[in-house]
Design a binder for this molecule. Sequence first.
Ligand code: ADP
Ligand code: MG
Length: 591
Amino acid sequence: MSDVIQVLSDAVANQIAAGEVIQRPASVVKELMENAVDADATTIRVIVKDAGKTMVQVVDNGTGMSETDASLCFERHATSKITRAEDLFSIQTRGFRGEALASMAAVSEITLKTRRSEDELGTHLRIVGTRHEIKEPVQTPIGTNFQVKNLFFNIPARRKFLKSDQTELRHIINEFNHVALTHPEIEFSLTHNQSEIFQLPPSNLRQRIIGIFGKSVNSYLIPLESDTTLINIAGFIGKPEHARRKYGEQFFFVNNRFIRHPYFHKAVMNGYDQILAPDYIPSYFIYFNIDPSKIDVNIHPSKTEIKFEDERSIWQILLASVKEAIGRNNLSPSLDFSKEGVIDIPILTKDTDIKQPSIDTNPAFNPFDGEESYSREKRSSPYLDDRFSGWEQLFEPAAQVQVPTNKNLQIKNKYILSPVKSGLMLVDQRRAHERILFERMMEAQEQKQPLSQQSLFPETISLNAVDYQVCLEMMEDLDRLGFDIRDFGNNSIVVHGLPAEMETVSAVNKIEMMIEQYKALQGEVSTGIPERVARSAARASAIDYGKQLSDIEMQEIIDQLFACSNPNYSPSGKLIVKIVELEELEKYFKE
Ligand code: ADP
Ligand code: MG
């Protein structure tokens, strides 16, 4: 047999390596923006067409490159940022492996125009799939202008793998935000298909956050600050009462680089312990500064995962500073944190005496109370108020097992307890209602005759750029479910009507929750968009735990649940009904 091993050509090797760094248009945006930041630009413009599939352009006013550097920058391991392996440990700039441009060049058509301040003429380069096609002098402003077109044009399989424009744009906006949030002093703009998504002037951190997430954010940011020999922690956390049932405003940055860190997320959540309703997530924008030799940034190709040498200590420091910030907010609620344009991180000296706050909590807190999303008549249960206690009450309705009309009993405003022939049935009220709504919505989609309740007062909702894109993606299917939601441009929508069963006072909460649910389901490949929309709508509209139900409501839920095709499990596969068999019950009382 002849030899079989071949050495791959550079072009093929580069294409393969490119997959690690460049996964989608958003990766191009990230790498080009980071390079512009590293080149000391004070203005960075990002322009994309068709969610970056057709073009990503980043224009900066940074240092620019010499003619030689302009050609060299596309070589693999071409970097001006490190020269020795040890430098990897002390690097403070964004990029550091000299791979990004080489990778991009292997899978797209790149045009580069760049000029340094000391040069009269700049350099114009055009590279297609690593081949230099044009190199000539050009008149161009100081700085660098990269245009990356037709990403993956030479790898059809990868191009096909790209998601819808809305999804890809969402990724782009996320990457854009990560860079913009770490450099408030730099002016950034993002334009998509001629329309401007962001225009962010140079500012302080608070104003930058507002620029990205909207004016309302201002009222709920609490400054966070902690300086220890190990690490410096600064930034903002959201007031507890502003926590939402959604992800989207949670950010960690380490030495000005965005990272994900589930373990530290837990520390923050613990800091809010006892003051958040279950499933609620606070906003946070937390910046760590740490000696680079104490972290290893290089463990993940896209660099959003970082290993810390001393994770446990940092966890403790983070937890303490979150608690301290919440406590400070709690102790002095009259402090005005809404002043714009001031440096608002208070200096705490070592001997400032900070007391651990005592926080009153209400375990029966239900943020949807008062919305009357389910019941028309609000009657309280004759058996219980919402604080169930006492075994006597448990046995009182059980005495009625023989009575033909079933009496249901609600426990902890969470489970419906119902005597049945074979024993005792327990029903999770929220999941049950979710199942009922889901089946109704799927049916409405099929029959194409949704029941929409037109609202007298259409409600305008401003969303952040990401959620707005998600909402656009859901719009068509929502329409089939009876949602009359219209695009209002400028990241906002107007709610003209909701499905009849979702009657509610405020649509905002429901819509936001629905978008959140939908995003969470996006990872599930097996569910199509219509089902995903129905599932998230059902989830968002289902009655909550903590909602006290009247007898009639309980009976309605039970009846409707058992009219469903699959009453036992929620649309996401969670158990709804559990029956404790009579024999099991009898065992409890054996002599
Ligand atoms: P890295 O950023 O890891 O060094 P890249 O492939 O992203 O690798 O960039 C290679 C080199 O090209 C950089 O080190 C820098 O010298 C140069 N470069 C890239 N983008 C710019 C820019 N916008 N302005 C000036 N120089 C740049
Ligand atoms: Mg780089």
